[in-house]
Design a protein around this ligand. Structure first.
Ligand code: ZN
Length: 741
């Protein structure tokens, strides 16, 4: 694998240049653009919800929890996050799930979804809301449904309608969008059908040793007096909601912790839910004993929060060529620049790091879940507005009014972060711009207007995305602000990545407004990150001045946070004064029907080596293994994209032979942490599937086999035919370690 690194959540520098070149090329050759027709939504009806109870103040809530697979075809589609054009999906590390929580107080109902996805895009949200409307009418709406992404960087891309994001993920890809929409809606369906009387308890605690601030220089630019109010430069708090039925039996858990889901790095090609997904996996395996991953009634959601400047790579950054510290301000190295400055840890490789961080978060949440005894009571509210973020006026004092700006990205955006740096000579902390790149930009997409340049000062603008509208706007302008409250818990759904201090300011502003009603309530305010629409980062005004990656990616300018403080305070005030219905809805965001483009070519026909069949074993297992060993077997395979909707299925089983019943029992699937399904596309359209089983210490001794399931597409006469196939390894034995000396 080459040394070309990637940018978190955007475009690498090389890719931006290529992207712009591409746009110009497509302008000449418009036939490349595939216009897409909007899908018809599923019209299947749903059963009515149970009748709500009548006394909200003293009755339990109605609670529903649901989990659904939202994994898309793990092949050839770009993974969303590092914007690395060569990081195309090629298998499954762990499956991706959407987890939904519905609470009803008898009068009002709210839905919170946390999904294993890079972020919720505006397009994804609008498609989910349309599907919900078809099924449920007015029950689930933009104001009472909040959707949040865990920010895994190893989910599929292709679910955006704005040009910049489409360029970074081969366009708008229906193959990728459909399983996300269907998975999210299905998780809500399951929660809806499960609704029953229950109680909610809350608990907050601290988790150290699992996160690190990756832009401390920016953080230090915040006022000293403000910084001194906090012990750490990341938020270590974990907030847990425990859901039980009326017997006190746990039915679900929802938690928030601020850390980037980037333990898996840009070299990984397998779909993976990363550290946050692993925490869910561990908690659900614990609470659903005997169930395979993704099965069982207990649902554990680990939601993202104000993770903008927070990395899980806690060994911190250093120059990988000299092993010396990187430059503090610019995160670059004397030789090799930003791409040599990388952060790692705490494990020896990305799998171990993912496991350790996921396990830490899980253990803390489990502890808080066990201790949670503060019951959440009181009414439910939801407040939502659409806001045109390009022109929000903020009254700073009696005489000084400032404004947000049309979206634009700064030069440091292309430098990336220490979780994955840029390709070219961009560095973080740039406030001067670079004449060379300015020249290229001006030639390709045109310079930013003076107005936009002034508005974003001191950001040197790389792309004035708010001023480029071809073939569709490059960035969203209308965004969602939303707060849902359950008793004394407020979930603030934010449209991007708030930095640590931005999040603290927003929580404080919301809390202050909520408590302004004079009723003495101890509000717990949490931020749900990457919610509803993606707008990159939100730094404080002071952090913005430093123009590291996060500041350069604060797309609505230096006063972005101030505008959000004003807007969310308005929602909180409406909730406190019980005047949510008086909030104007704001301008509805667009749902583009035309000019979406899809650059992912159709999956080609599958070929196989002579004298073999699909599913045949090319590389066989050994006869005997011990716990700790890795079993590996390679099959003749088809392209996983030919398997269509792969939700709730598996490409892999690890099976043990039960001597008593004389049957094979499945012990692992491709959703299991212990299995890795690698799809390897070879030449001549031939491809292989290599399945690894990392045998855990807990594995039972016995006879095992590994099976692979797939589909192949072949020409039969003049027709293409897709056929299912399967293959099995030889039987092998796992013996307890102590048999071997
Ligand atoms: Zn990010």
């Amino acid at each position: 694998m080459g040394r070309n690194k990637a940018v978190c959540c955007g475009l690498s520098a090389l890719e931006t240049t290529l992207a712009v070149l591409f746009v110009l090329m497509t302008a000449v050759s418009v036939t490349l653009i595939v216009l897409l027709v909007t899908r018809e939504s599923d019209t299947a009806g749903e059963t009515d919800p149970p009748a709500p109870t009548s006394d909200p103040q003293h009755s339990p809530y109605l609670i529903g929890v649901g989990r659904a697979d939202c994994t898309g075809p793990p092949a050839e589609i770009p993974l969303m996050g590092y914007a690395q054009s060569s990081q195309l999906a090629a298998g499954i590390h762990t499956r991706l799930y959407s987890r939904a929580f519905i609470v009803d107080d008898g009068r009002k109902r709210v839905v919170f979804v946390t999904a294993d996805v890079g972020m919720i895009s505006q397009r994804l949200r609008l498609e989910v809301l349309r599907a919900l409307r078809v099924k449920y009418g007015d029950l689930y709406r933009q104001d009472n449904v909040a959707l949040s992404g865990t920010h895994t960087h190893c989910g599929l891309g292709g679910f955006f309608q704005y040009t910049l994001f489409m360029l970074s993920s081969k366009g708008y890809i229906p193959e990728s969008v459909q399983p996300l929409v269907d998975g999210i809606v299905k998780s809500i369906d399951i929660a809806h059908r499960n609704m029953r009387p229950g109680r909610i308890y809350r608990k907050r605690g601290d988790l150290g040793g699992s996160s690190l601030n990756r832009s401390p220089h920016s953080y230090m630019n915040n006022p000293e007096e403000e910084r001194h109010r906090y012990e750490t430069n990341t938020d270590n708090q974990v907030v847990v909601l425990k859901f039980t039925d009326l017997d006190g039996d746990g039915i679900g858990m929802l938690s928030w912790f601020a850390v980037h889901a980037v333990s898996m790095n840009y070299t990984n090609r397998m779909v993976s839910s990363d550290n946050m997904g692993h925490a869910s996996y561990l908690m659900e395996q614990d609470k659903n004993p005997g169930e395979l991953p993704g099965q069982g009634g207990f649902v554990a959601g680990f939601s993202s929060s104000n993770l903008g400047d927070v990395t899980p790579n806690i060994k911190g950054p250093f120059c990988i060529n000299t092993m010396k510290p990187c430059d503090y301000l610019n995160s670059s190295c004397p030789v090799g620049g930003t791409k040599m400055c990388q952060a790692f840890g705490p494990g020896n490789d990305m799998f171990e790091s993912t496991r350790i961080i996921g396990h830490n978060i899980y253990m803390k949440a489990k502890e808080l879940y066990a201790e949670a005894d503060e019951e959440v009571t009181g009414s439910i509210q939801s407040a939502h507005q659409w806001v045109n973020m390009t022109d929000v006026k903020i009254q700073l004092n009696d005489t000084h009014v400032v404004s947000t700006c049309k979206p634009a990205l700064g030069h440091s955006f292309a430098a990336g972060t220490t979780d994955g740096g840029g390709d070219l000579n961009f560095t973080q902390g740039a406030t001067d711009g670079d004449p060379f790149w300015n020249g290229i930009r001006d030639a390709l997409v045109g310079p930013p207007s003076n107005e936009t340049q002034d508005c974003h000062h001191p950001k040197p603008i790389l792309f004035s995305t708010g001023e480029i509208n071809w073939p569709l706007p490059w960035h969203p302008q209308i965004i969602d602000v939303q707060i849902i409250t359950v008793g004394s818990v407020a979930i603030v759904a934010v449209p991007g990545e708030f930095t640590t201090m931005s999040g603290r300011r927003l929580r404080a502003a919301v809390k202050q407004e909520l408590e302004s009603d004079g009723v003495n309530r101890d509000w717990e305010v949490v931020l749900a990150g990457l919610s509803n629409v993606y707008t990159h980062y939100i730094t404080t005004f002071e952090e913005y001045q430093v123009q590291r990656y996060e500041g350069a990616s604060t797309i609505f300018g230096p006063h972005t946070l101030s505008a959000y403080l004003q807007k969310y305070a308005g929602l909180a005030r409406a909730i406190a004064q019980d005047e949510v219905s008086k909030l104007p809805p704001g301008p509805e965001p667009p749902f583009f029907e035309k000019n979406l483009f899809n650059l992912l070519s159709a999956a080609t026909l599958d070929r196989k080596p002579d004298n073999t069949s699909f599913g045949d074993v090319l590389q066989q297992v050994y006869p005997v293994y011990r716990p700790g060993d890795v079993v590996s077997v390679t099959f003749v395979a088809g392209n996983p994209r030919h398997s269509g909707d792969i939700r709730d299925k598996t490409f892999v089983t690890v099976e043990i032979f039960d001597n008593r019943t004389e049957t094979w029992e499945i012990v692992h699937t491709d959703a299991s942490w212990e299995t890795r399904f690698h799809w390897l596309k070879g030449s001549n359209r031939q491809s292989n599937a290599t399945v690894e089983w990392h045998i855990p210490a807990t594995a039972q001794a016995g006879s095992y086999r590994i099976q692979h399931f797939g589909h192949c597409k072949q020409l039969k006469g003049l027709q293409t035919v897709i056929t299912p196939y399967s293959g099995s390894s030889d039987t092998f034995t796992v013996t307890p370690s102590f048999y071997h000396l």
